[in-house]
Design a protein around this ligand. Structure first.
Ligand code: SF4
Length: 348
């Protein structure tokens, strides 16, 4: 086809117009990067497999938690937690009783692990935590549970009492990742964690939800099977968790993506040391740390045998706990607890 001078002029004009048009039009908004879980990045960096191996090696001489039993779980020996080598779970389902930002519309994808390394005498889940009720699963099956929770729309994978099965969790998460898991991974723990183990979890866990049960070692020893080091160990653990994932962040819908949520159960007769706890948070962590001061203590399991904790808390005990938190400048208290506080205040 013949290319005439007229064609040349017309084409030049069109090209010029488009250049003028593109340079004078407003810049398109940058496409927002889709949110990705921490463990996906770790896999892309080629570091996840090594973490799984490092964690699994700990079973030979189990020092997974501060109890440091030293048993060989590979050979079937059991330590303080009574956990076998394979993971034992009691249930896996959407849970609607967690903090609002975890529950959203479709629930928190909660996997309850059986057995426990702390074993408190007021445990609300004692048949699962103390007696180990549940069923053994392969890591591949645990991965399938995670994927199923994702498929039904849960907003996160909520690993309840994970400490003694941390290697299985890592392995299962990696298997699930390869099959499409993309939910935030939440480590929902008593807080009784070794720093060395948390370093293995760095870059794997998106949300840490530790308890801070007591601030006094004599209370911890009395009510949590001799764990007198609980306050010191847990304080260090929470500081490390905060270093890894920081203040809780949510998406536009208010769903939690990454960060720390600290839970503190108010106990009767100031057993939990709530005033010391909020002071410590205010000094050691950002004041905007998400703190859930919980009023729902119930007399469970063997708590009936200890008069000091053999009753629920009073309204006054809950209100003084919330007042201490406010007085110490904590700015990110759980909205449900704030609503309960406001309700009781309105009745005074
Ligand atoms: S995880 Fe269990 S066996 Fe291992 S150190 Fe802790 S209590 Fe002992």
């Amino acid at each position: 086809m013949k290319f005439t001078r007229r064609d040349f002029i017309r084409n030049s004009f069109l090209v010029g117009s488009s250049l003028i048009f593109s340079s004078s039009s407003p810049a398109l908004p940058k496409k927002e990067e889709p949110w990705r879980p921490a463990y996906e990045k770790l896999e892309r960096e080629g570091k996840f497999e090594q973490r799984v191996k490092q964690a699994y090696a700990l079973f030979e001489n189990c020092h997974l938690c501060p109890r440091r039993c030293g048993v060989n779980r590979e050979k079937g020996e059991r330590g303080f937690c009574r956990a076998p080598l394979k993971v034992v779970t009691f249930s896996a389902h959407p849970h609607f009783g967690e903090e609002i930002s975890l529950v959203g519309q479709h629930g928190s994808g909660t996997i309850f692990f059986s057995n426990c390394n702390l074993r408190c005498i007021f445990c609300q889940n004692w048949p699962i935590a103390h007696e180990g009720r549940g069923q053994e699963y392969e890591d591949e099956e645990l991965a399938e549970m995670m994927l199923k929770l994702q498929k039904i729309g849960c907003h996160n994978i909520n690993l309840v009492t994970p400490t003694h099965v941390m290697p299985n969790i890592l392995n299962a998460t990696r298997i699930a990742l390869k099959k499409g898991l993309r939910l935030p991974l939440m480590y929902n723990t008593s807080g009784y964690e070794r720093l060395e183990m948390l370093k293995i979890l760095d870059g794997v866990v998106d949300i840490y939800k530790p308890d801070m049960k007591y601030m006094d070692s004599d209370k911890a020893a009395k009510y949590s099977a001799g764990a007198s080091d609980y306050p010191e160990v847990t304080k260090k653990a929470i500081i490390e968790m905060n270093r890894q994932v920081g203040i809780l962040r949510t998406d536009k819908q208010g769903i939690a993506l990454r960060g720390v949520i600290i839970r503190h159960l108010v106990m009767p007769n100031r057993v939990a040391g709530t005033e010391k706890f909020v002071k410590w948070v205010a000094q050691a962590l950002p004041k905007s740390t998400y703190v859930n001061i919980m009023p729902q203590y119930r007399v469970e399991y063997k708590a009936y045998e200890h008069p000091e904790i053999a009753r629920g808390i009073t309204v006054q005990e809950f209100l003084e706990a919330m007042e201490w938190a406010e007085k110490n400048g904590l700015t990110n208290l759980d909205p449900n607890s704030v609503a309960v506080r406001n309700f009781y205040r309105s009745r005074q």
